[in-house]
Ligand binder design. Structure first.
Ligand SMILES: Nc1ncnc2c1ncn2[C@@H]1O[C@H](COP(=O)(O)OP(=O)(O)OP(=O)(O)O)[C@@H](O)[C@H]1O
Ligand SMILES: [Mg+2]
Length: 345
């Protein structure tokens, strides 16, 4: 309470040099290949990058739900858990998520309660054979030891909180009886039922129409302010990032190639990859009537990540004799603007 801002105390999750690979017969997919970034308390962090750049696998790594044959090989994910005492003081505990057994009791207690997740497709998170009410009530019964009657009451309250019309009727419905937008609301209700400190939202609105998308984003923003949670928002949509995020992480081939405050991302982008991404959306291009310019080339095969800077084969600013052979080290410019590119050494 009333404490001076302390940068270290502001960090909720800290990821350093994370490597998550998939070992397939055809070869090794370096899905996350030395990514480092942090998520601060109460912020919305946007995570962007082309398809296949490791955004979802990073999210799965934090939640420790990387599917077989994937494995975290290296790096640390630290969760700074904060507990409040009755007298208003706080205690921060350092939990090394990468050391916990993925399906052991500690990780189970964290997943779904302290760190919750919403996906693009609610049907993958919701059980088709249980009512929405039973699924939300289970969270209160399992994580909070509530009785059935208490759990039912809390379930209706949380459905009301996410703006669900006719909450009693929705509670007694099965997921397939609801529209896509209503299912997404139900999944958000379930994710928020334990007041998580972090919500990981992986393309949460991609499958929805524009109006529903705006409603869901607005809901997430409002709930974030009420609960004070952080949001890690994974999306392809830079417009959504501009509207929602305070800071942004740009991923390319399993690495964080740039991270900065949202304004710096849009108005002072450094990495040629980010510049190309921004140019590919017309409203953010420098000239208003320019044609859509997709990024030259395509994302290389993840079995064969190029040596040196992984972006060099597609980079308009490539420095011959350097970028093809030497991997750029990260540089932190003013205002914690981080970039991995030889142009800024
Ligand atoms: N279960 C899996 N088995 C094998 N390879 C996987 C698996 N999941 C992801 N990958 C590979 O890991 C790399 C990173 O995938 P990831 O799903 O994290 O990308 P993404 O950035 O989330 O892409 P998108 O924007 O399309 O969702 C890709 O090359 C992908 O093919
Ligand atoms: Mg993904």
């Amino acid at each position: 309470m009333g404490e001076a801002p302390m940068p270290d105390n502001d960090v909720l999750v800290e990821i350093s040099d994370l490597k998550t690979y998939f070992f397939l017969e055809e070869g090794t997919v370096r899905a996350v290949d030395g990514a480092s970034f942090s998520i601060r308390r109460g912020e919305t962090l946007g995570v962007v990058g082309e398809s296949g750049c490791g955004k979802s696998v990073t999210a799965q790594s934090i939640l420790r739900i990387v599917p077989d044959p994937g494995r975290i090989l290296q790096g640390e994910i630290v969760y700074h858990r904060r507990r409040w005492h009755a007298d208003g003081s706080t205690l921060t505990e350092r939990v090394l998520l990468t050391e916990l057994a993925p399906y052991g009791p500690e990780m189970r207690a964290i997943r779904g309660a302290e760190i919750a997740m919403v996906f693009q497709e609610p049907m993958t998170a919701l059980s088709p054979v249980h009512t929405i009410g039973d699924q939300i009530m289970e969270v209160f019964i399992v994580h909070q030891g509530a009785s059935r009657a208490e759990a039912r009451e809390k379930c209706i309250a949380i459905l009301e909180r996410v703006g669900m019309p006719k909450p009693h009727r929705v509670a007694d419905s099965y997921p397939h009886q609801l529209s896509g937008g209503m299912r997404q609301r139900a999944m958000i209700a379930m994710a928020l039922s334990c007041n998580p400190s972090l919500l990981i939202a992986d393309e949460p609105t991609t499958a929805l129409d524009v109006t529903t998308q705006a409603l869901i984003l607005d809901l997430m923003r409002r709930l974030r302010d009420e609960i004070g949670m952080s949001i890690m928002l994974v999306t392809h949509n830079l417009g959504v990032v501009a509207e929602m995020a305070e800071r942004v992480v740009v991923m390319y081939l399993g690495r964080v190639v740039e991270s900065a405050d949202v304004d710096a991302i849009f108005f002072d982008p450094k990495h040629p990859y980010l510049r190309a991404l921004l140019k590919s959306i017309p409203q953010f291009g420098t000239k208003s009537r320019r044609r859509l310019e997709p990024i030259e080339g395509s994302v290389p095969d993840p079995y064969n990540i190029p040596p040196g800077c992984p972006f060099h084969p597609r980079c308009p600013d490539v420095i011959a004799g350097l970028c093809e052979s030497v991997a750029p080290e990260g540089v932190t410019l003013a205002h914690s603007h981080y970039v991995e590119c030889h142009l800024y050494r």
